[in-house]
Ligand binder design. Structure first.
Ligand code: ADP
Ligand code: MG
Length: 691
């Protein structure tokens, strides 16, 4: 641990118990914390601007003599101080002021002040400037460095934070704050010494490049971002090593069950499915736990791959758990697996959060008793769920589960001794850069081939002023025996508003399309109601299904060949891609209509154009990342994983390959540096995952 990390803030001048408590609220507990509490931006107070040269909108230091101070009554009462420096006159205006303050601003006083210059009733004015009386003969020197503005909290002034950082900087050096990047690495990756970078960021010299600093492209920021990303890598790799060090059940390649399964399946797996299945089969036959992510575009046939993996564990006499993020999706899997496994004499259990009372107790007993295949939602993570011989955990749609949840399942092994293998499937292709950071603890397989006979979906971008035309299109498709989806997107993050909008569209479409059988499904309906509606749609009894994005995943109705998405501009591209994947599953030519609300922003137009131009989930994911940033892309639930102090995955993406290299080298040659780095960056940051 570095020396500065052991020095509490109460040892500093002016920090008592009450102040220490406030500081703790922004995460500051010791001197090292203060040094890593970096400015958000800077002000330039290193030079004095003549009043005559001031421009509106400028933040400036001004010096002059008070020519008069009067309380004026305009729309609001204020104290107006006239300041002159020989080049012009400036007014300082105070809406709140004390008598003492007024006294201190008497005519003839020399002042230095700082603030934002704006046009006002008397010409250029500064409202509530920071100011200090000056000695005319011996003016105080101007600031020698740019003035940092720190992230703060109520009752904690910038002045105070500056004093603290000043004191901490005075004690900063290579010994008090060791640099854990060995010189060799610093040289190869062209990184400055840690103490220099920190000193620079707290007190940049007057000639510092403010633009670079604002954009986070400055060398000093790079130095810290590199170290932070490196630490993140190390923590994930350590996690991975810890898991690999555990024992997993050895599952020999299966013969009998897969053969029967494939015979009944009705189609032959694609080359990609066979390749990925073989990769998984090999992992499962090893004594160390598999940690594998299968990425495959919507409709690539991940479920078959999952089933083949499950059969290997089942044939060896073990239990398998399959988990999905929503009840609809989990249920779809339950039905599929029941259909596939019953002919093989394999029992399938169901567990979801909504399962209560006796049914729940029965399910728990069934699972504890060794029921071979268990399907459910994240209810399977809960402590009270005890497995008997769990050898394989399959998680569908990984991006909705966090690292923590992944870990919880790893711990559900046999007698807490054998760690189950883990297979994670995602239909949201993860751009490489992001995958490297967010999923460094996983191996990856890619299903890069769609089953034969799919027809590509044609996407149209249409303004909602042409809504009636679009409704006619729905009528035609349905009258020709096809089925259609009408999707209403999220409104202001409110499920309630969204469901209401879906109800309104439903009513409108029922009236407009009187001859069609129209159904409605949304998140506020009871599971049984939802299931009933889905069933009717699957059986073709409903021709048009009005839905919220609850149908995003898992719905599989090959006869549906038309999807209308209202207000697609509200959704991420990856999500639109998911939705669109619900059509184009049969042999009919399929269409997706993006019914946007005009006017679209430039960005909005670009995004929808991407949807029209490509149906490649990877291309879409890369663009989505580029346009929206990783936090949004992975969903808020997962951003904890990606919250950095200095680094920004998008901005610093080009550092990632070097970061990964450096992590390898550090682990190999300087393993003793790993713990101090983790301690420095992740002290409060167990978000990166702890075993
Ligand atoms: P996803 O990868 O989106 O989870 P699914 O596993 O749900 O895809 O498969 C989508 C559809 O494609 C299902 O109806 C499934 O039965 C079918 N399917 C999967 N693999 C093949 C294949 N090799 N040949 C034909 N159809 C397949
Ligand atoms: Mg799927």
């Amino acid at each position: 641990m570095s020396e500065l990390a052991t020095i509490p803030l109460t040892t500093l001048k002016g920090v008592g118990a009450a102040m220490a408590e406030k500081l703790a609220r922004v995460g500051l507990e010791n001197l090292q914390d203060v040094l890593f509490h970096l400015p958000l931006r800077y002000q330039d107070r290193t030079r004095i601007t003549p009043i005559g040269a001031l421009r509106p909108g400028q933040d400036a230091v001004v010096e002059g003599i008070v020519a008069g101070a009067d309380v004026v009554m305009g729309r609001r009462r204020s104290l107006l101080v006239r300041l002159q420096d020989g080049s012009g006159t400036l007014s300082l205006r105070f809406f709140h002021f004390s008598q003492a303050q007024k006294e201190g601003l008497k005519r003839g006083t020399a002042l230095r002040c700082y603030g934002e210059v704006r046009p006002g009733a008397t010409g250029l004015e500064i409202y509530h400037p920071e100011y200090r009386a000056q000695s005319v003969t011996e003016p105080a020197p101007v600031e020698q460095s740019l003035t940092p503005i720190y992230p703060t909290t109520e009752g904690l002034t910038q002045q105070r934070l500056r004093q603290l950082s000043q004191q901490a900087l005075a004690r900063l050096g290579p010994h008090s704050l060791p640099d854990w990047l060995p010189q060799e690495l610093a040289r190869d990756y062209r990184l400055a010494p840690l103490d220099q970078a920190i000193r620079y960021l707290h007190r940049p010299p007057p000639d510092a490049n403010l633009e670079e600093l604002a954009e986070g492209r400055h060398w000093a920021q790079h130095r810290l971002a590199f170290e932070e990303l490196l630490t993140h890598q190390l923590s994930l790799q350590r996690l991975r090593e810890q898991v690999r060090a555990q024992q997993a059940p050895v599952l020999p390649p299966a013969k009998k069950l897969p053969q029967q399964y494939l015979q009944n399946l009705g189609f032959v797996p694609t080359g990609a499915q066979q390749r990925v299945a073989a990769e998984i089969a090999y992992d499962l036959s090893q004594a160390e736990p598999m940690l594998r992510l299968v990425q495959g575009d919507v409709g690539a046939g991940k479920t078959v791959v999952a089933a083949l993996a499950a059969l290997q564990a089942l044939e060896a006499g073990y239990q398998v758990a399959l988990m999905a993020p929503t009840e609809i999706l989990a249920e779809q899997h339950f039905l599929n697996f029941s259909k596939w496994l019953q002919p093989l004499d394999i029992e399938v259990a169901w567990l979801a959060g909504k399962l209560k009372g006796k049914a729940r107790a029965a399910a728990l007993e069934q699972i504890a008793g060794g029921c071979q295949m268990v399907v459910g939602t994240h209810a399977l993570f809960q402590d009270e769920v005890k497995f008997k011989r769990l050898a394989l955990v399959i998680i569908d749609e990984q991006h909705r589960f966090g690292v923590q949840q992944r870990l919880a399942l790893r711990q559900k092994g046999i007698d807490g001794r054998l760690c189950p293998h883990q297979l994670i499937m995602t239909a949201t292709p993860i751009p490489r850069t992001l995958a490297m950071s967010a999923y460094a603890d996983l191996d990856t397989s890619i299903l890069d081939e769609l089953p034969p006979g799919r027809t590509p979906v044609t996407t149209l971008v249409i303004a909602d002023s042409r809504r009636l035309e679009v409704i006619e299109r729905v009528r035609n498709a349905c009258l020709q025996g096809r089925q259609a989806y009408w999707v209403c997107t999220l409104i202001e993050e409110s499920e309630e508003l969204t469901c209401q909008a879906a109800e309104t569209s439903f009513e409108e479409l029922c009236v407009a399309l009187g001859e069609l059988r129209v159904g409605l499904i949304h998140g506020r309906m009871k599971p049984a109601e939802k299931a009933a509606v889905m069933d009717e749609f699957k059986r073709g009894e409903l021709q048009l299904l009005v839905a919220t994005t609850v149908i995003e995943v898992g719905v599989d109705v090959p006869n549906a060949s038309l999807m209308i998405i209202e207000n697609p501009e509200r959704l991420g591209l990856a999500q639109l891609h998911q939705l669109r994947g619900r059509v184009g599953r049969g042999s009919a030519v399929s269409h997706c209509v993006l019914l946007y609300h005009a006017p679209l922003s430039q960005l909005g137009r670009e995004r929808l154009a991407i949807m029209r131009e490509t149906s490649d989930g990877f291309v879409i994911a890369e663009k989505d990342l580029e346009l929206r940033g990783p936090g949004e892309m992975l969903g808020t639930r997962q951003t904890g994983l990606l919250q950095f102090k200095v680094a920004d995955l998008m901005r610093d993406a080009d550092l990632l390959p070097a970061v990964r290299d450096a992590a390898q080298r550090l682990l190999e040659h300087w393993p003793q540096h790993v713990a101090p780095l983790l301690e420095r960056w992740l002290r409060h940051g167990q978000q990166y995952g702890q075993v």
